[in-house]
Design a protein around this ligand. Structure first.
Ligand code: SAM
Length: 233
């Protein structure tokens, strides 16, 4: 007897099969977005730091806002070529822990060769971090959030790995309007990083927005991990 072929479409009378099918489609769409992101950044990894030679002081100012102390643990989410890693290491000292996570192996390879021994580097999607709950005192996400297919997933994941009271910095070394102009776009009211949109998104994912500054030189949203864990969806 031949095996029964697996149906490729869900049984309309079975809600569980319908839900599983929707989840599969969502996962496939997420994976396709990540593949596009990887391809984009892989091609840019080698020249990344040379393209933005003047960002160091802006990173320093943003990292200072994280108020890191010696011995703290900090995650650089979407660490890229590791531009922030030496400053994060300096802030937490030799007894602290610095982790850098990135989706793109070419970016991580640059980080590893430019800053050997500075941080533990992880090849990972920020929405699914291979890290323990409540492990970090702070999370830095520089230039990241606008590249995520589902920012809420990553923000929730950052909340999971952050201790209550931990700080989150969503940072860009250029303001929203200037970045939009650089890419030939104009800002629209639905822009994720506009304070009125970001505040409720952070609140829904386990964070309280403390401040949001957006000048030509930088964008910095600072948030604090709320005591109660957000529900995972
Ligand atoms: C604009 S670059 C910024 C890199 C670095 N933070 C900096 O400021 O120089 C964005 C980085 O985020 C990474 N990235 C994008 N989506 C990601 C995801 N879902 N999980 C982890 N890293 C991601 C990219 O591979 C890239 O290295």
């Amino acid at each position: 007897m031949s095996p029964t072929p697996r149906s490729t479409s869900p049984d309309p009378a079975d809600p569980a099969a319908q839900a599983a099918d929707t989840t599969d489609a969502t996962d496939a769409a997420h994976a396709a977005e990540l593949a596009r992101t990887r391809e984009f950044f892989a091609a840019r990894a080698a020249g990344w730091d040379a393209k933005f030679p003047d960002d160091g002081p802006r990173f320093a100012a943003a990292i200072a806002e994280l108020a890191l102390r010696p011995g703290d643990s900090v995650l650089d989410a979407g660490c890229g070529t590791g531009r922030a890693l030496p400053q994060l290491r300096a802030a937490v000292g030799p007894t602290g822990q610095v982790f850098g996570a990135d989706l793109t192996s070419e970016m991580l390879a640059e980080a590893g060769s430019r800053h050997p021994g500075t941080a533990v580097l992880l090849l990972a999607d920020c929405a699914r971090l291979p890290l323990a709950d409540a492990a970090f005192d702070a999370v830095l996400a520089a230039g990241l959030i606008s590249h995520l297919p589902d920012p809420a997933l990553a923000l929730r994941e950052f909340a999971r790995v952050a201790r209550p009271g931990a700080r989150l910095a969503l940072f860009y070394p250029i303001g929203r309007a200037a970045l939009a102009a650089r890419h030939g776009r104009t800002l629209t009211p639905d822009d994720l990083r506009a304070e009125q949109n970001l505040r409720p998104l952070l609140a829904a994912t386990g964070w309280h927005l403390v401040s949001c500054t957006d000048t030509d030189e930088q964008y910095l949203a600072l948030a604090e991990r709320t005591p109660a864990a957000p529900a995972h969806s």
